[in-house]
Design a protein around this ligand. Sequence first.
Ligand SMILES: C[S@@+](CC[C@H](N)C(=O)[O-])C[C@H]1O[C@@H](n2cnc3c(N)ncnc32)[C@H](O)[C@@H]1O
Length: 243
Amino acid sequence: MTQETPDAPSEFSPAANPDVVEMFNRISRTYDRLNRVFSMGVDRLWRRSAVKEMKLRDGMKILDCSAGTGDMSFEAVRQCAGVEVTLFDPAEKMLEIGKVKAEKKGITNFRYEVGAAEKIEHSDGEFDRFMVAFGIRNFADLRAGMRELARVTKAGGCGVVLEFTPDRSALIDKIFRAYMWRVMRPVGGAWSKERGAYAYLAKTIQNFPPTPELTNLFAECGFSRVEAKPLSFGIATQFLLVK
Ligand SMILES: C[S@@+](CC[C@H](N)C(=O)[O-])C[C@H]1O[C@@H](n2cnc3c(N)ncnc32)[C@H](O)[C@@H]1O
């Protein structure tokens, strides 16, 4: 990972976290199915709630950062058909699955771009909205990625971040951890044939900073207002970030 000054974007390229990117490429084919099974469909409700928060309007340009197979983008066009969405992710194979899904649905207002959050090749203020669902945990440099997202968002624009956060009640945390380590890790590992990937998932979820720390970090990265809302007893948190 490159060092950077507080105001300059890092000289980051996806090659800075190649193992993570490769891992997502390898699990791309089973990703959607396992997501649905493990979340028991609740991820759809979380996406719906996060996208609703951005109050989309026709003609808006949206950056779906860490788009993966595109589920946030599909939710965005479901809520507002007239938006233009850029699906942006360093894992090419995840985007390819998203593209096949979009073609099947006849969606034509998606663009696809391979790239990492730490260096977004777009001009300042180019997007009205951005979204990152379960992506920030994978950034090689969280601050650099968030600063880039603030930079490419227009003044007065906003974005949403969805992420698993560790600040749930002790009981829910205990249940969630047991589910992650005893169900998701072995079943996900066996199903996708990528044991490392589901151990990575459980470890990164467990070690991620709590909501107040993330809220401060987002504010330091160029957002004037940050609102956090716990989802499903605090298993995940939805952040609204206004520039
Ligand atoms: C758990 S998936 C989430 C995909 C999708 N947003 C969803 O909700 O299903 C995380 C995504 O983060 C991407 N990612 C990894 N490193 C990244 C980086 N440095 N910048 C942006 N995205 C990254 C991965 O390639 C992967 O597609």
